[in-house]
Write a protein that binds this ligand. Structure first.
Ligand SMILES: Nc1nc2c(c(=O)[nH]1)N[C@H]1C(S)=C(S)[C@@H](COP(=O)(O)OP(=O)(O)OC[C@H]3O[C@@H](n4cnc5c(N)ncnc54)[C@H](O)[C@@H]3O)O[C@H]1N2
Ligand code: MOO
Length: 396
């Protein structure tokens, strides 16, 4: 299977995104909007002073009277032309006011109660100056953000400003990470032929940034029975495993999937690194829920390749997120390719150009740690000056 076919299969195996739920604004972070975010009010909701100063009616000088109008007060009124009242930024503009004179542009004669316009740069205060008119940003009913957009902190803020307490979003796919390999250590220095687990710390934040609700990450010993049990009992929508994809003496993933009656949708991909990556549909749960398994190869950079190729598109589709916009960038120097397979190469991006990084072997993370993304290098490579697709590594 080509790399493009594998990525498309991971998307297409999802018929419908997960069901719609409502969440408080705080809890909606990272979910995909199930419907467009439509303004429930005009913004600003009323004519508002943009500056601290005076609300003025007509041209100056003005007679100042009345208590300062503060933000949060209901309303005030300027009865006549030639009058003014002190006002705070964010306060509702009094009816009858035609402009706001900034504090630093006015000279107030306390004795006579008279205010003079001393504006220099912009000239005398003109009607509308320093007023944020009602509806300047949006009108009630206007679509602010399309459905399938991710709820970011900015979307949370905008939704609050536009009057929302809760949002309709898609449920996030539940993911459990199973890290396989008896040779792995969870602390200390590599020793006695054993190495540190690099994927347990690295993958959960990436999977979360693809929209997953990662409920756990645990080690499973290289044992067919234990792996079978872990996969069978996992409550996850998507089980993500690392290691055991190849045909080594203790690689039990294929046997486990076969025993479980799983359907292999992707079983090895023409990509370097990461070619043994796989995607399987597990038999449905008793309540009819579809479960899937993404098998990431054990070599750390190969696992990252599997994450961006299979896990990210699958999780984004399940969570109802729009597909990421492809981004193409110019190669500053040739990007070396594989003769037959696609290569995913850690690259640094500068001014719309990408450059490959050293230490890009399948078992290495040193290049990736400096990377802005992974360039998709077609068979044969990319000559200098030509463009290549660059996938942002999630979370980078
Ligand atoms: N005869 C062949 N052998 C291998 C092939 C092949 O085509 N023919 N493919 C190689 C490629 S490519 C990869 S990638 C690996 C995939 O192997 P597995 O998915 O079965 O992974 P393991 O054998 O368990 O581990 C491979 C390697 O990665 C290290 N590892 C595993 N998990 C972790 C982790 N969490 N953190 C850090 N390092 C990890 C493990 O110690 C091994 O060194 O197979 C090749 N072999
Ligand atoms: O998939 Mo392997 O990555 O070439 O190490």
């Amino acid at each position: 299977m080509t790399w493009e076919q594998a990525r498309q299969t991971a998307r297409d195996c999802v018929g419908q995104p997960l069901p719609v739920v409502t969440r408080s604004l705080a809890d909606a972070l990272g979910h995909a909007l199930a419907e467009p975010l439509t303004a429930l009010t005009d913004l600003p909701p009323f004519d508002t002073s943009a500056m601290d100063g005076w609300a003025v009616a007509g041209p100056g000088p003005w007679q100042v009277g009345g208590a300062a109008v503060l933000a949060g007060e209901r309303s005030a009124r300027l009865s006549d032309y030639g009058t003014a009242v002190p006002i705070a930024t964010g306060a509702r503009l009094p009816t009858g006011a035609t402009a706001v004179l900034r504090r630093e542009h006015g000279e107030f004669d306390a004795e006579g109660g008279t205010l003079h316009d001393r504006s220099t740069g912009p000239g005398p205060v003109a009607p509308g100056r320093d007023i944020r008119p009602r509806g300047q940003e949006c009108h009630a009913g206007e679509v602010l953000i399309p459905a399938a957009s991710t709820v970011t902190p900015a979307v949370q803020g905008l939704a609050a400003a536009a009057g929302y307490d809760r949002l309709a979003v898609h449920r996030r796919p539940i993911v459990e990470l199973l890290v396989l390999g008896d040779e792995l250590l969870e602390s200390g220095l590599p020793r006695h032929g054993r190495v540190r687990d690099a994927l347990g710390p690295m993958l959960p934040p990436w999977l979360r940034s693809c929209g997953a609700d990662v409920i756990g990450s645990r080690r499973v010993a290289d044992d067919l029975g234990l792996l079978r049990e872990a996969v069978h009992n996992s409550p996850a929508d998507v089980v993500v495993t690392t290691g055991s994809t190849a045909a080594g003496p203790v690689d039990f993933l294929h046997a486990t999937l076969e025993e479980a009656g799983a359907r292999l949708l992707v079983d090895s991909v023409a990509v370097r690194p990461g070619h043994p990556m796989l995607l399987a549909e597990l038999p449905p749960t008793p309540d009819g829920r579809t479960r899937r398994l993404v098998g990431l190869p054990g070599n750390p950079l190969a696992a990252v390749a599997g994450t961006v190729t299979l896990a990210a598109p699958l999780l984004r589709r399940l969570g109802g997120h729009a597909d990421a916009e492809p981004c193409r960038m110019r190669a500053a120097a040739p990007l070396p390719g594989h003769p037959r397979d696609t290569r995913l190469l850690p690259v640094q991006c500068t001014d719309h150009e990408v450059a490959s990084l050293p230490f890009d072997g399948p078992a290495m993370l040193r290049g990736l740690a400096f990377a802005d993304g992974l360039a998709v290098v077609p068979p044969g490579g990319v000559p200098a000056g030509a463009t290549a697709e660059v996938m942002r590594v999630p979370g980078m």
